[in-house]
Design a protein around this ligand. Structure first.
Ligand SMILES: *[C@@H]1O[C@H](CO)[C@@H](O)[C@H](O)[C@H]1NC(C)=O
Ligand SMILES: *[C@@H]1O[C@H](CO)[C@@H](O)[C@H](O)[C@H]1NC(C)=O
Ligand SMILES: *[C@@H]1O[C@H](CO)[C@@H](O)[C@H](O)[C@H]1NC(C)=O
Length: 349
C-alpha cells in the first residue's frame, strides 16, 4: 500500500517537473521571439556571421538612432540625479566607496546596456566599467521615437549599414563639478559616427532638464539658442576657453599666438566647453593635451550641424571610427566662426 503511494508520488513529481520544464521552455521561446521582433522592426537587411549565429550587420535608420541616443543620454541622467539626491539627503555611508564614482558607473551601465539591448550589432565605445553588480535585465528597450525629432524632421531619414557606425558614450562629463555640486555643467553624451565622421550628437544636462541634439545636414534642437543663426561673427579680441586641468599650458599657448590680446576663461568638461562655443559665449575652445573621443564626438557633431568646426590644432578633422584610437592626440580647436584665423595663428606657436 505505502509502496504504491510512493510510486504514485514519484510519478506525480516527474509529471510536475516535466510540466514546469515545458512551461519554462515555452516562456523562453516566446520571450525571445518578442524581443527579436522588437529588434527587427528597425532593420531592412540582416546578415549572419559564418556560424549563422550572430547578427553582424543591419541597415539602421539614423532618425531612429537619434531618438535612441536621446533616450539613452536621458537614462544616464536619471542615474546621475538619483545618486546626487541620495548623497544630498545623507543616505550614503561615507568612506565605503565614492558615491559619485558609483553615479558614473550606474550612468554608464544604464547607457551601455540600453544601447546594447536595442542594437547589439552596433559597436559602442566608452570607458570600461564593471556592470556585473547592477541588475539591468528589467530595463525596457530604449524608445526609438522622440516627439521633437519627429515633428522637426518629419520626412527626413537616412539608412546606413551598422558596420559603418560607431557610437561613443560618455556617462558623466564634469565629474569634478558633479562632486562639488556645481551641477549645470554635468552632462551625459552620446555620439553617432558614420564612417568615422560625427553625424549625430546628443548632450544631455540632467540638472537643467535640457537635451541638446543635432544631426549634421538635417537639424538641431530648438530648445536652445545655438549656432550661426543666433550669433554674429565676433570682431573683438578672441575669447578662448581652456580646460581647467591644463590652465597654465593653455593660457601660455594662447598668449604666444595672440600676444596677450586674448581673454582666457577656464572651465571643466569637454561637452560643456563645446556648448559654450556653440552658444557664442566664447570665440574658441582650445585643448593641447589628448582628449578621449567620447568626450568630444557629440560636441563635434553639434558644431558641424550649425556650420562650426572641430579639428586638431593643425586643422585635421578628427576621426571617430570604431577601429580608431580612442585618444585624440593632435590637440583640439573648436570654433563657430573664423576657424582658419585660429589655425593660422597657431601655425608657428
Ligand atoms: C548561412 O545562411 C545563409 C543564408 O541562409 C546560407 O547561404 C549560408 O550557406 C549559411 N552558412 C552556413 C555556414 O551555414
Ligand atoms: C523637462 O523638459 C521637458 C521638455 O522641455 C518638459 O516636457 C518637462 O516637463 C520638463 N520636466 C521638468 C521636471 O521640468
Ligand atoms: C569648417 O566647416 C565648414 C562647414 O562644415 C567647412 O566648409 C570648412 O571647410 C571647415 N573649415 C575647416 C578649416 O575645417
Amino acid at each position: 500500500m505505502s509502496r504504491n503511494l510512493a510510486k504514485l508520488n514519484l510519478r506525480n513529481i516527474i509529471f510536475l517537473l516535466l510540466g514546469t520544464l515545458f512551461v519554462l521552455l515555452l516562456y523562453f521561446i516566446l520571450h525571445n521571439i518578442s524581443y527579436r521582433k522588437a529588434l527587427y522592426k528597425t532593420y531592412t537587411r540582416v546578415l549572419y556571421d559564418h556560424d549563422n549565429k550572430t547578427i553582424i550587420t543591419s541597415k539602421v535608420s539614423l532618425k531612429h538612432l537619434l531618438a535612441v541616443s536621446i533616450d539613452i543620454a536621458e537614462r544616464g541622467g536619471v542615474e546621475l540625479k538619483a545618486v546626487r539626491k541620495l548623497v544630498d539627503v545623507q543616505k550614503v555611508r561615507k568612506g565605503k566607496s565614492d558615491p559619485f564614482y558609483e553615479g558614473n558607473v550606474k550612468s554608464y551601465c544604464a547607457m551601455m546596456y540600453g544601447f546594447k539591448k536595442i542594437h547589439p550589432e552596433i559597436k559602442v565605445i566608452s570607458e570600461k566599467e564593471d556592470c556585473s553588480k547592477i541588475n539591468l535585465d528589467d530595463d525596457q528597450l530604449p524608445r526609438g521615437e522622440n516627439t521633437e525629432v519627429k515633428t522637426m524632421l518629419e520626412s527626413v531619414d537616412e539608412k546606413v549599414l551598422s558596420e559603418q557606425i560607431a557610437v561613443w558614450v560618455e556617462p558623466l562629463d564634469c565629474f569634478h563639478e558633479y562632486k562639488k555640486n556645481l551641477l549645470p555643467c554635468v552632462a551625459t553624451m552620446v555620439c553617432v559616427a558614420v564612417n568615422g565622421k560625427p553625424v549625430i550628437g546628443v548632450i544631455h544636462h540632467p540638472f537643467q532638464n535640457l537635451t541638446v541634439w543635432g544631426w549634421v545636414g538635417h537639424g538641431i534642437t530648438s530648445q536652445l539658442k545655438i549656432g550661426k543663426t543666433f550669433f554674429k561673427e565676433w570682431t573683438t579680441e578672441p575669447e578662448i576657453v581652456v580646460s581647467r586641468t591644463e590652465a597654465r599650458l593653455g593660457a601660455d599657448f594662447a598668449a604666444r599666438a595672440f600676444g596677450g590680446e586674448e581673454t582666457i576663461t577656464l572651465a571643466g568638461g569637454e561637452g560643456f566647453k563645446l556648448l559654450q562655443v556653440l552658444q557664442g559665449l566664447v570665440s574658441a575652445y582650445i585643448h593641447l593635451s589628448f582628449t578621449k573621443k567620447w568626450d568630444i564626438c557629440a560636441g563635434d557633431a553639434l558644431l558641424q550641424t550649425v556650420g562650426g568646426n572641430v579639428t586638431t590644432l593643425k586643422g585635421k578633422p578628427i576621426s571617430y571610427a570604431a577601429s580608431d584610437d580612442v585618444d585624440n592626440k593632435g590637440g583640439l580647436l573648436a570654433t563657430l566662426f573664423k576657424h582658419d584665423f585660429f589655425l593660422d595663428k597657431f601655425k608657428n606657436v
